[in-house]
Design a protein around this ligand. Structure first.
Ligand code: KG4
Length: 342
């Protein structure tokens, strides 16, 4: 039987990525990141879309080369249609359409958030993996999203809780900025927290309904604490940076886990997965391990390669949709916003 070979393309924010998946098994996953945004303290949409234009052809070329697949062997091209930055999405979407048209193969539109969840199903020849079983809960935490998703099937997902303001990654990045750390601050907070006291400072936790999150109040109380203390001691941040990092990290992780615990308990689900860029956080990973031991959760934590934006997750989603004959036509435009069903 002819193999099913999917080229996945991801360009929703500041990573240009292409991956090849053959019959569900990953053959390549190539990403060009855009370090330029660090100079501006955040992603600059116009610069991001221009960089995608420069990167997309070399990245696709490299993904095909590493996979040892000729473009004529591809079965379909899957691309991130949204949510994300429109200018960035347009580059990947337009490339996918043009490339597939030239090869006379179908295109498959992919929801970026659905793909983050399905990253757990990427198979690698050399890696033994236990896949999540439906239904499971997925905590999706990134620079743009903080959601609890009830995953009933690959194509039936419900966002049962989400942030009403900032995302968890944004909280890390903004607090890091207040401490003078470079962008993105999350990994720096994680590193410095390892030698800090997580109980040194206390921050108020939000009281939000159901399974929703809020991180903007936390960010503000962190800012006010630093501002007030610096008035008393100008070297406060330098003297306490590691303790501040450990304390803010503990608070973010406690907020994330308390809602997830509540959802798992109420819905009687013990399969719990983690996804998105913030899932690289060591305290969050540790909290997952502790919950597995304490509450009998079967946890699924992605390899680092699949936590941040990557095209392997787009290609695997495309593969599942291909098997269902779920293609799209050239009229499908990118979208920037999220919805409650995926
Ligand atoms: O999913 P992702 O790569 O892309 C966007 O949503 O843009 O997530 C990036 C976010 C950033 O906010 C970054 O600071 C955060 O993930 N992040 C971390 C860690 N690694 C990345 N936050 C906390 N601890 C980490 N180790």
């Amino acid at each position: 039987m002819k193999p099913i070979i999917i080229l996945g393309i991801e360009s929703s924010c500041d990573d240009t990525s292409a991956a090849v998946i053959q019959d569900g098994i990953l053959c390549s996953n190539v990403t060009a990141s855009q370090a330029v945004h660090a100079n501006y303290g955040g992603v600059v949409p116009e610069i991001a879309s221009r960089a995608h234009q420069q990167n997309i052809i070399p990245v696709v070329h490299e993904a095909l080369r590493v996979a040892k697949i000729s473009k004529e062997a591809l079965s379909a091209v899957a691309f991130t249609r949204g949510p994300g930055l429109l200018g960035s999405l347009l580059v990947g979407t337009s490339f996918a359409k043009g490339f597939a048209q030239a090869l006379q193969i179908p295109i498959i539109d992919v929801n970026h958030l659905q793909a983050h969840v399905l990253a757990h199903f990427v198979r690698e020849v050399t890696v033994e993996k236990v896949f999540p079983q439906y239904p499971f809960l997925c905590l999706l935490v990134s620079g743009g999203n903080s959601q609890i998703i009830l995953v009933k099937a690959y194509n039936a997902m419900e966002v049962i809780g989400q942030t009403i303001d900032d995302a968890a990654g944004e909280a890390f990045d903004k607090c890091a900025k207040v401490m003078g750390l470079p962008y993105p601050g999350g990994p720096h907070v994680d590193r410095l927290a390892r030698t800090g006291n997580p109980l040194a400072f206390n921050f108020n936790k939000p009281q939000i309904a159901a399974y929703d999150y809020s991180f903007s109040g936390l960010k503000t109380s962190f800012l006010y604490l630093v501002r007030d203390q610096v008035k008393l001691n100008p070297t406060f941040v330098d003297d306490n940076r590691n303790d501040l990092c450990a304390s803010i990290q503990r608070t973010v992780v406690e907020i994330l886990m308390s809602k997830l615990r509540k959802a798992a308990k109420n819905l009687h689900i013990n399969q719990v997965a983690l996804a998105g860029g913030v899932s690289a956080n060591s305290a969050l990973r540790e909290a997952f391990q502790q919950h597995a031991e304490k509450y009998g959760w079967q946890i699924h934590i992605p390899a680092f390669e699949f936590t941040t934006d990557n095209a392997a997750m787009i290609a695997i989603t495309g593969y599942f949709k291909y098997l269902d004959n779920d293609f799209c036509d050239l009229s499908k435009a990118p979208y920037s916003r999220v919805s409650n069903t995926i």
